[in-house]
Design a protein around this ligand. Structure first.
Ligand SMILES: CC(C)(COP(=O)(O)OP(=O)(O)OC[C@H]1O[C@@H](n2cnc3c(N)ncnc32)[C@H](O)[C@@H]1OP(=O)(O)O)[C@@H](O)C(=O)NCCC(=O)NCCS
Length: 141
């Protein structure tokens, strides 16, 4: 992802609950611990994933797919790229958090061996909702 991609990324992001603004994405691109993947169909951005890696821990900060392209395996492909990167870097655990009511994402992460590890009361606003944290073990340590 580069600054030039951000207009297209924002179109997808605005179809998700609690979207980041463009400035937040711009700042993310400057973070040395951040990696980003774009999914494209016929040259058009249809999804993206943002991953932070610090020492032996990874955290998925963002994963989104455009509404018209969901249930076609795009998020799964993005996750597979992220897991491959984490394994290459010998990262032991991958974390993420999401809204408790986000059943699509919960199914996706459970299918990918993430386990529910905690609840954060009223963590999200607009609308107010609990957050859940999930963890996937990547390496046997
Ligand atoms: C969650 C999201 C990223 C899934 O993207 P996607 O490209 O549609 O997902 P995939 O097609 O790769 O689905 C892989 C698996 O996830 C699960 N899944 C995805 N969407 C689902 C839904 N609406 N209901 C139930 N399970 C779902 C299924 O197990 C699916 O496998 P299957 O299609 O073989 O049943 C997408 O719905 C999205 O962008 N939502 C808004 C943003 C968001 O919630 N991001 C995650 C928060 S961190």
């Amino acid at each position: 992802m580069t600054v030039a991609d951000l207009a297209a990324v924002m179109v997808v992001e605005e179809q998700t609950p609690g979207p980041w603004n463009k400035k937040q994405f711009s700042e993310e691109l400057t973070q040395p611990t951040s990696g980003q993947w774009l999914a494209k169909v016929n040259g058009q951005v249809t999804g993206f994933l943002i991953l932070r890696t610090v020492v032996d821990e990874g955290e998925i900060l963002k994963l989104a797919v455009a509404k018209g392209h969901r249930r076609q395996g795009i998020a799964q492909q993005l996750l597979d790229h992220a897991f491959a990167q984490l394994q290459q870097e010998k990262v032991a655990y991958c974390f993420l958090e999401l809204r408790v009511g986000n059943l699509a994402a919960r199914h996706l992460y459970e299918k990918n061996d993430f386990c529910w590890t905690g609840t954060r009361k009223s963590y999200y606003s607009a609308p107010n909702e609990d957050g859940i944290t999930m963890t996937k073990k990547l390496l046997t340590v």
